[in-house]
Design a protein. Structure first.
Length: 325
């Protein structure tokens, strides 16, 4: 056996050993960031995790989730978003407009998946639903477009409705457009509006006092981060003021509110997992169209109705997806 042959054999053995070691090296586990204004996990977050499991992702095995909660304070979101960027996550999932804005300001490179947003174009997150065009994509909840349906249902429950107070936050992007949607619906139903601006949580009690003073027959609460962290307080004040109040999400009704109508938020979160899957497989967010809701929920709280002396018509109850008794 020649030295030359031994050299070739040694090289072959070393190559085989290197190839075996390379094959045994574990694949990189994707790391995704999860940014939310809330204080901790809830049904929507569990729906997202369920969506991941349905696609074959098991946390701790083939995916890692870096969760960051703002504790109900939107002011904490920019620092939390910056932290996720420093961790070099593969993408960031956001829970709403405020967290999406913080993530978008923190990075123009890392893909961002919106679990829900009322107006992603108006908020400046995407160029169009069909072609988002940058690093943001995900799902729209159509909250503003559904304001007319909320008013219609409220009119059925409160036939005498002629004047309605609308609680919003002018500092919240998209509030103006949301108010326009309500105004258009109000004109169609012959309802006069009283717009009340709530910039801080302490303004909510003053808002109900203003609504009562102006003899409002009911209240419609627009989406906004201030209201999202005060759901039980708003429900309690509505009952104390004996004002029928309608909301955009079930959390208000579960906290004691009268009624809500809107997209099924858990379903949107579950579908957000499909965006995570596609992006991890190499599709750019700019090429993933923003999708709209497929499921909607109408929820009524009969206990709240009884507390304010209101009777819900049977034909309205029959259309409810869920009745809280």
């Amino acid at each position: 056996m020649t030295k030359k042959f031994l050299g070739y054999a040694l090289c072959a053995i070393l190559f085989a050993l290197c190839s075996s070691a390379e094959a045994q090296r574990p694949a990189k586990i994707p790391r995704i960031g999860y940014l939310a204004t809330r204080s901790g996990p809830g049904p929507n977050d569990h729906a997202f995790e369920q969506g991941l499991r349905e696609l074959g992702y098991v946390e701790g095995q083939n995916i890692v989730i870096e969760r960051r909660w703002a504790g109900g304070s939107p002011d904490h979101l920019p620092a939390l978003a910056a932290e996720l960027v420093r961790l070099k996550v593969d993408l960031i999932v956001t829970s709403g407009s405020t967290s999406t804005r913080a993530a978008k300001k923190a990075t123009a490179m890392i893909p961002i998946v919106m679990a829900q947003d009322p107006d992603p174009i108006g908020n400046g997150f995407i160029a169009s639903l069909a072609r988002p065009g940058a690093n943001v994509t995900g799902l729209s909840n159509l909250n503003r477009e559904l304001s007319g349906k909320r008013l219609e249902l409220l009119k059925e429950i409160v036939p005498r409705l002629s004047r309605m107070a609308v609680f919003g936050t002018t500092a919240f992007p998209g509030n103006t457009q949301g108010l326009r949607e309500v105004e258009a619906a109000a004109r169609a139903f012959g309802v006069k509006l009283q717009s009340v601006d709530c910039l801080r949580p302490k303004d909510i009690e003053t808002a109900f006092q203003a609504a009562s003073r102006e003899h409002a027959d009911a209240v419609l609460v627009l989406p906004g981060p201030i209201f999202n962290t005060q759901q039980t307080k708003i429900a309690d004040l509505a009952i104390k003021s004996r004002l029928p109040t309608t909301y955009n999400s079930p959390e208000y009704v579960e906290g004691g509110g009268l009624m809500s109508y809107g997209a099924s938020i858990p379903d949107l979160y579950r579908r957000a997992a499909t965006y995570v899957d596609k992006i991890l497989k190499g599709i750019k967010p700019a090429d993933l169209p923003v999708e709209q809701p497929k499921k909607f929920e109408f929820i009524v709280n009969l206990k709240a109705a009884k507390q304010i002396g209101l009777t819900i018509p049977p034909n309205v109850l029959a259309r409810a997806d869920r009745v809280i008794r």
